[in-house]
Design a protein around this ligand. Sequence first.
Ligand code: F0G
Length: 480
Amino acid sequence: MTITLTTGKEIPIEMHKARIVQKTSLVPIDRRLKVLEEGGYNTFSLRTRDIFIDMLTDSGTNAMSDNQLAAMMVSDDAYAGCESFYKLEAAVNDVLRFKYVLPVHQGRAAEHLLAKVFVKPGCVIPMNYHFTTTKAHFVLAGGAVEEIFTDEALNTQSTCQFKGNLDLQKFEHLIKHNGTHPIPFVRMEATTNLLGGQPFSLENLAEVKKVAAANKIPLLLDGSLICENAYFIKQREKKYENSSIQEIIWEMTKLADLFYLSGRKCSSVRGGFIATNTKEYYELLKPWLPVYEGFLTYGGMSTKEIEAMAVGLREMTDINVAGSAAEFVKYFADRLVEQGIPIVTPPGGLACHLDAKRFLPHVAQCQYPAGALAAALYLASGVRSMERGTISTDRDQNGKEVMSDLELTRLAVPRRVYTISHIEYVVDRLKWLYQHRDAVKGLKFVEEPPVLRFFFGKLEPLDDWGKKLVATFRKEIGVN
Ligand code: F0G
């Protein structure tokens, strides 16, 4: 909930209280430099003990509710026919209105199964935008990803409320001029993660469905952030301002032939699933579930997580849960805009995104400005963020570097984990970093994995800028 103080200032207010907490520490800047150097200037290499505020991701790191934790205690570990699964199935039936559910260990496992069954060599998969693991699985299966976003989607200084919309004209053009390449489905990602958590409108989703159905193309909905997208529809799409989050979710899932999600996000657990109302799709997927994941009633998930997921799905329809991250992101983004710090606007669903091209205009894209900014922010604050730019984009089949559309440094806001004072601290250190942005130079790979290179890649700062930045910080701010 957002509350207006008597001063007129608006703040997001927590509609929950913390009764279990995790201790953190802010290690001195020399230690931060040491661990960053050892980890190849890649924030994925850092350990929790060296991180003050972890904004790497909201995946699996959201605070769980008391009711989720309580549900874990009564889980049933039967290999086949476990009762926990039937609670999840009931929650999926009620909240998403899908009859068939296939649990998997996390979102990319759902992508793997979907790719295995539906994506054949030569296929083209249109989508509003790709996610790293989605693209990897579809490409590994021999398919090609076609991103058909609107022209506004890549404008990081926009007022467009639905930058996650799919461009219908481009979609129709693609279908017409696709030749013999089959289209197994069109994929819509509820809040496009790599565009900065930007939502699509229900109007757009309905139009996409219309075009897809007319061409007998199934619609696949990635609902990993479905409650955030529903929250934005309520906020930004006039027709739905009086609808509940649950009603909006039903409107969205009604249009989907196939659905999957990473339960690590919306439902605040560690797991995922595929769901559908089409028996034929279910029967095609089902035989592969025990091969790659586990038996039908656990699918690679711990039964404790299945219990918590059933509760989490119901809880995400509460507007104070659905809006908890989005409201913090907005507060965060507003403070950064006040300081003139370049970010993606309007603020999106899961994170505040720094626009590294504008933050570090002197760093060429082939020297990875978003990765350099993530490393510099860690040095200046102990805050861990994630590169979402060219490092997160693998080379093409010929080994050629592919420049990403956007160079973003993502500061994820896990749901119900951090407070306003944490946000204020990050804003303050970013302000300092922005004042010293000229000191931050680019990076170069010293070890580069062949796929999803952002996870394990090791890099080096050009001109050893990290040490110099640390020296300035020590002089101006001190050891912390
Ligand atoms: N789809 C979307 C939109 C995602 O954001 C993610 C994961 C996945 C699929 C894959 O799910 O991680 O459970 O295998 N996003 C995480 C992130 C990793 O940090 O944004 P997963």
